[in-house]
Design a protein around this ligand. Structure first.
Ligand SMILES: Cc1ncc(COP(=O)(O)O)c(C=O)c1O
Length: 393
């Protein structure tokens, strides 16, 4: 009889079960909204990145349907062969104007944008200097590039400076940070790092996945928020979170984007978006420009919910964005908290190692513009009840 060569995977899964860290995929039945039916239960949804409620916005929906009727369901090819449709170019033109850069290239996801870009612009002779909490897609891009990776402690600009100062003059180097950190909701040390990049002649790159549609004028991101236009060489954004659809993009100089057209592997070797996705993203840009009250509502909701959690006595870390972690430390406790919240009608995902450090496990909450005050108050009441029950507050 054939021995199962993947047998060790089942053993690893058993270990996760014993540690209380095994997760099954929760199923959203119906639309992805502020309240949703998840695993057949009606819940207040604090787990999505649908910051502005655009996943179900009528304008995006209509434009996606119209594009499907007019252009079909697929692009049929990678961009460099035959998969660049006029609607892809229109989206890139609109995004470049929005971001105030010379050009933009759109990737299939934010992950592909980060990993594809870092690995394309660096070689094994280069150095990348990266915040320890940068997103997995940046870490993978760094590894793929084979450049030397130097990690500095989270937002520790002095340590980043020490690393840079020790490098030989003339060394090509990339300094990289998230604009908003996805697990803690705090902002990257952007002004300080940009100044450092200028002092040491680094390429400066910012991943604005969680800032797109959330920070800056009309959701232009942290570079706009900190008024750093023209000082960041590579800006990554996502179309999968506040934009409500799917994709990632890189904004920068014409030369950078032309280079990525030739060297970024997800661009060269993976099929481009269906026309419906590109159309929905163009509609999302229209909404950001014409319905800025959605961003105002997101921030009102974020302030209300964050101060409610803090008032109850939870440890919400150093969040500065609509992402608010409820940090409990132990991984199994975070999963128990998440499960009890769910049973009481609140969906907030537990997050443990390896996504966060062993002793920093948490439940992560994200409010959206689509939540009503009543829904957020309900969620706070449930947090209060379950937090006391588990001895967290
Ligand atoms: C900081 C950060 N960068 C990049 C990504 C990847 O974006 P996408 O979901 O569009 O692949 C994410 C999403 O999880 C993220 O949190």
């Amino acid at each position: 009889m054939r021995r199962d060569p993947l047998g060790y995977l089942a053993a690893e899964l058993d270990t996760l079960r014993q540690q209380g860290l095994y997760r099954h995929l929760r199923i959203v039945d119906g639309e992805q909204k502020a309240t949703a039916t998840v695993d057949h239960r009606q819940v207040v949804n604090l787990s999505s990145n649908n910051y502005l409620g655009l996943t179900t916005h009528p304008r995006l929906r209509e434009r996606a349907i119209e594009a499907t009727r007019r252009l079909g369901v697929g692009s049929g090819s990678v961009r460099t062969i035959a998969g660049t449709m006029a609607i892809h170019v229109e989206l890139e033109r609109r995004l470049a104007a929005f971001k105030k850069t010379e050009a933009v290239v759109v990737f299939q996801s934010g992950f592909a944008a980060n990993a594809g870009t870092v690995s394309a612009v660096l070689t094994k002779d280069d150095v990348v200097v990266s915040d320890e909490l940068n997103h997995a897609s940046i870490i993978d891009g760094c590894r793929l590039s084979r450049a030397t990776i130097k990690i500095f402690p989270h937002k520790d600009v002095d340590r980043a400076r020490t690393v840079l100062a020790a490098l030989p003059a003339g060394q090509r180097k990339l300094l990289i940070t998230d604009g908003v950190f996805s697990m803690d909701g705090d902002l990257g040390a952007l002004p300080e790092l940009v100044a450092l990049a200028e002092e040491f002649g680094c390429i400066m790159m910012v991943d604005d996945a969680h800032a797109s549609g959330v920070f800056g004028r009309n959701g232009r991101g942290t570079i706009d928020h900190f008024e750093m236009h023209g000082r960041v060489d590579i800006q990554v954004g996502t179309l999968s979170k506040a934009f409500g659809a799917l994709g990632g993009y890189v904004a920068g100089s014409r030369a950078l984007i032309d280079f990525l057209y030739h060297r970024a592997r997800p661009f060269l070797f993976s099929t481009s978006h269906p026309p419906a996705v590109a159309a929905a993203c163009i509609a999302a840009l229209d909404v950001l420009e014409q319905e800025p009250h959605l961003i105002d509502r997101l921030w009102e909701n974020a302030r209300f919910f964050k101060s409610g959690l803090e008032g109850l006595g939870f440890n919400t870390g150093l969040s500065q964005s609509p992402i608010t972690p409820v940090i409990v430390g132990d991984g199994a406790l975070a999963m128990r908290l998440s499960d009890r919240l769910f049973a009481e009608g609140v969906f907030a995902q537990g997050i443990a190692f390896p996504t966060v450090a062993h002793d920093r496990a948490r439940v992560r909450t994200i409010v959206t513009a689509g939540h009503t005050r009543g829904e957020l108050q309900f969620a706070l009441d449930v947090f209060s009840k379950v937090g006391r029950e588990l001895g967290i507050i």
